[in-house]
Design a protein around this ligand. Structure first.
Ligand code: 4NP
Length: 182
């Protein structure tokens, strides 16, 4: 599984969660990860945003199906308003996490002209402990099952990501368990 890049500023970590429209996947990941970060006592050290590579939905709340799935699972989906990802953010972020490979390719294109930016662009599910390296599939054109599937992936990956954040913010490298020789 992937390592977290070291923070640009020791003791702080800034993550952007990025999908296409910023009304389904990255907002769901944002709400769930924010909850896990708060539970871990890291809310004052971890900054989270979510955004889309496309701008069609800017200013809109979350997709009703995404919001219903989160609400049913006990999360607050009401505060989200869609934003478009801005390339300049890549100079300040510690990590931009793409939901699928197209989002990753779009972010990589934005990152590439400036050295040092590309290594902070990853797939969100690089940190999935169960199936690392997969995509969070776009549920927009499907049924409610797709949103449940997104929530399951996001909850599992967010828990693992927060464990790594706790380590890297404590000044350790966030190596995966068992990766070091004994
Ligand atoms: P998201 O889903 O990228 O997870 O927010 C989508 C939302 C809107 C569209 C596509 C995907 N759209 O084409 O409008």
């Amino acid at each position: 599984m992937a390592d977290l890049p070291p923070p640009r500023t020791p003791g702080e970590y800034r993550i952007a969660l990025v999908c296409l429209g910023n009304i389904c996947r990255s907002p769901m990941a944002h709400v769930v990860l924010a909850e896990r970060v708060a539970e871990a006592g890291l809310a004052d050290r971890v900054t989270l945003t979510s955004s889309g590579t496309g701008g069609w939905h800017v200013g809109n709340p979350m997709d009703d199906r995404a919001a219903a799935t989160l609400t049913h699972a006990g999360y607050d989906a009401s505060r989200h308003r869609a934003r478009r990802f801005e390339p300049a953010w890549l100079d300040e972020l510690d990590l931009a996490l793409a939901m699928d490979r197209q989002n990753l390719a779009d972010l990589a294109d934005l990152a590439d002209p400036v050295s040092g930016r590309r290594e902070r662009v990853r797939l969100f599910r690089d940190f999935d402990p169960q199936e690392p390296g997969g995509e969070v599939p776009d549920p927009y054109y499907g049924g409610s099952d797709g949103f449940e599937e997104v929530l399951t992936m996001v909850e599992r990956t967010a828990a693992s990501l927060v464990d790594r954040l706790a380590l890297v913010l404590a000044g350790h490298r966030a190596d995966p368990p068992g990766s070091r020789s004994r």
